[in-house]
Design a protein around this ligand. Structure first.
Ligand code: OOB
Length: 552
């Protein structure tokens, strides 16, 4: 396995192989099999109408793999991939899988702060970007990063590379006649996903061919995917949920069709559902709210839609109950993480389970424990922290030995930082979080990261960032600051401007700020975030909502 990764212990790996979970198949070779089975069927549809058949996708990946190889991209090279929901994302990833090079997934909203960190941490030598997306010129960012980090030798641009340096190449120009490439080892890393940020900056999660091939197979079986499945990829494709739960890859495995949505709004998604007879999609609760509101007004035919998976943030019972009647679909609750473990409600579960729980683990080999602060297992029904290990759950973050020492138990269970309770029948119910993270929509924001940037303002002495409840987004970011000068506390727009200048992605900017004289402290003299969160919640209950748009 790649240096800097933590492998599964040999005995457990052997068990996962013998039990048939890991089959020694690489994702690149699997696509070749799927293409042979489904040849002229449409595999991908972009929201501009572009269609790609299985055979075309297969050949496209071979030609791109040859092109990358020709440009010096070697097995195990890391390549940062930051693309919107377009066909090129799938083609680039599978081309790199075939080459044994390793894509590092970066969300399109990431800016200099995150990209710089990811390039450094992953040792990336190339970067794949769109020319522009959502009004942002990614070439400008790429040039800045390249100037600072010369290791980033090449930039591949989907669209117009512009009049930039020689190192910028149009992706379309690199394709070459296919060449024979040795298949990588299935136990090696296929790609890196990003962690949902408990530390200041994202950590890298190695996902192997074996573990991901298993994940898409088991989730595809639970979701009963087949050739007739039409999946709408609404969430950013770099996210584990739409990529492989069972998502895009899971649907390609059964010969179904993937429709890529440029954004999650009903205005974009409803016409796509109608036009392509979409049967399955996966969304976050915030999108559910938008769709439930819009469906009352819209006159699109959504009757093809059979299942909507909802996950990534807590879906409240009342909202869950509205989904099936309003959209005429089956709801499937999904709890998951880029690190691995997935729990799903099942199609034949009783209503009560579907509406009030986050489901059961997808694999019989998933091991879960719910423990108290001393790591002792708590009785069923009692809230504790969820720990897990299994055939598709990481054993360590990439190049992070110190963090790994506390993020895992000695016997390799991952500490999720989620507080849950188990039902008698084995479902989990998410009850809260012990990690210092804000879940804004589906985005995970590290409180520590935002705090450290806020403290760079000369007017801020200390900062403590907590979640504030929000009807639409679930939670928004509430920043308490102790100003250097109590009579001249920096304003919210000033702080947001500063953080943006520092290269922070937009979704991480605080939504509200409040200046205080001091922070409440716990018995151990730490900032009492629970007390601050309660104060923020009280403000939310009484306050007018401040939308990002109002303050940008
Ligand atoms: C998904 O993955 P990440 O890595 O962005 O975030 C993981 C965290 C979990 O640890 C938990 O705190 C939260 O997101 N979460 C949920 C949830 N699903 C995830 N909290 C409450 N209810 C849920 N249903 O978010 C993710 C990855 C794959 C599939 C689905 C979600």
């Amino acid at each position: 396995m790649l240096d800097g990764c933590v492998p599964w212990p040999p005995q457990l790996a052997e068990h996962y192989r013998n039990a048939g979970y890991w089959r020694g198949e690489t994702l690149g070779s699997l696509l070749r099999e799927w293409a042979a089975d489904h040849r002229d069927r449409v595999a991908l549809v972009a929201d501009d109408g572009t269609q790609v058949t299985y055979q075309e996708l297969d050949l496209w990946c071979d030609r791109l793999a040859a092109g990358f190889a020709d440009r010096g991209i070697a097995p195990r090279s890391r390549i940062l991939v930051q693309l919107p929901n377009i066909c090129e994302f799938v083609a680039v990833c599978f081309a790199l899988f075939r080459l044994g090079a390793i894509p590092v997934f970066a969300l399109p909203s990431y800016r200099g702060n995150e990209i710089r960190h990811l390039v450094t941490l992953s040792g990336a030598e190339a970067y794949v970007i769109p020319d522009e997306f959502n009004g942002f010129d990614h070439r400008v960012l790429a040039r800045e990063i390249q100037a600072e980090l010369p290791q980033l030798a090449q930039v591949f641009v989907v669209g117009d590379p512009g009049a930039a340096a020689d190192s910028f190449t149009a992706l379309a120009d690199i394709a070459r006649d296919p060449v024979d490439l040795p298949d990588p080892d299935a136990s090696d890393v296929a790609f890196f996903l990003l962690s949902g940020g408990t530390t200041a900056l994202p950590k890298l999660i190695p996902r192997t061919h074996d573990d991901y091939a298993y994940q898409i197979r088991i989730t595809g079986e639970i979701c009963e995917l087949d050739q007739d499945t039409v999946y709408l990829a609404v969430l950013p494709v770099e996210f584990n949920f739409p990529w492989g739960c069972p998502g895009i890859i899971g649907v390609l495995r059964t010969g179904g069709r993937v429709v890529l949505a440029g954004n999650p709004s009903p205005e974009v998604c409803f016409p796509l559902i109608q036009a392509h007879r979409v049967t399955l999609t996966s969304v976050i609760p915030t999108i559910v709210h938008l769709w439930l509101d819009a469906v009352k007004r819209a006159d699109h035919d959504l009757s093809s839609l059979r299942v909507v998976q909802v996950g990534s943030a807590k879906l409240h019972d009342e909202v869950a109950a509205r989904i099936e009647p309003a959209l005429g679909v089956r709801l499937q609750q999904v709890f998951g993480m880029a690190e691995g473990l997935l729990t799903f409600t099942r199609y034949d579960d009783p209503e009560e389970i579907v509406l009030t729980t986050q489901g059961r683990p997808v694999s019989p080999a998933d091991e879960i424990r719910v423990v108290d602060v001393d790591d002792r297992q708590v009785p069923v029904g009692t809230i504790g922290e969820l720990l897990t290990r299994g055939p598709y759950t990481l054993r360590g973050y990439y190049r992070a030995p110190e963090h790994n020492a506390t993020a895992f138990t000695e016997d390799g269970f991952y500490r999720t930082g989620d507080l849950v309770r188990l039902t008698e029948t084995g479902e989990i119910i998410v009850a809260g979080r012990s990690k210092d993270v804000i879940i804004r929509g589906g985005d995970k924001i590290s409180a520590t990261e935002v705090e450290s940037h806020l403290c760079t303002h000369p007017g801020v002495q200390q900062a403590a960032v907590v979640p504030m409840p929000d009807r639409l987004l679930g939670e928004v970011t509430y920043a308490f600051i102790i100003p250097t000068d109590p009579t001249a506390a920096p304003t919210l727009p000033a702080l947001r401007r500063l953080l943006r200048q520092r290269g922070l992605a937009d979704h991480k900017l605080p939504d509200r700020v409040e200046a205080v004289d001091s922070f409440p402290l716990t018995g151990l003299n730490k900032v009492d975030k629970k007390a601050l969160a309660a104060r923020a919640a009280a403000r939310a209950a009484g306050a007018v909502r401040t939308l990002t748009a109002d303050v940008s």
